[in-house]
Design a protein around this ligand. Structure first.
Ligand code: SF4
Ligand code: SF4
Length: 120
């Protein structure tokens, strides 16, 4: 008799743990879904200079609404400020600018470009 009571109690405890795990799983799934939505809702585009084409005319600098471009011989994009509006791309007479999606590797490439232009 005592054994049966103990078994029933054990089963109840296990059921309670299963419910608790289900609730935690649902919370985690919701957090993952929300994180995915945040990432998807925020594609980042940044201007990129083709240093083979840029002649340093300054047109892009004058049209950028957030002062994300300076001319140091050639155009230099300050990627932290660039909002990806594309105005500089439209106005460049040499076709030296393009918008690129900012992924991890692009970010590294842009920083590398930034460094090269800063040194050169
Ligand atoms: S408008 Fe084009 S060519 Fe002129 S500085 Fe900017 S990127 Fe270079
Ligand atoms: S894309 Fe827009 S914000 Fe970015 S550098 Fe060009 S003009 Fe400025």
């Amino acid at each position: 008799m005592g054994d049966e009571v103990a078994r029933k109690k054990e089963i109840q405890e296990l059921k309670a743990r299963v419910e608790e795990m289900k609730a935690r799983l649902a919370t985690l799934e919701m957090q993952i879904e929300n994180a995915g939505k945040r990432t998807a809702a925020k594609p980042q585009w940044k201007a990129l200079v083709d240093t083979e084409l840029c002649v340093g005319c300054g047109t892009c600098e004058s049209v950028c609404p957030v002062e994300a471009i300076s001319i140091e011989g050639q155009a230099r994009i300050h990627i932290e400020r660039c909002i990806g509006c594309g105005r500089c791309v439209q106005e460049c007479p040499e076709g030296a600018l393009s918008l690129q999606p900012l992924g991890v590797s692009n970010h590294a490439a842009l920083r590398f470009q930034d460094k090269l232009q800063h040194v050169g």
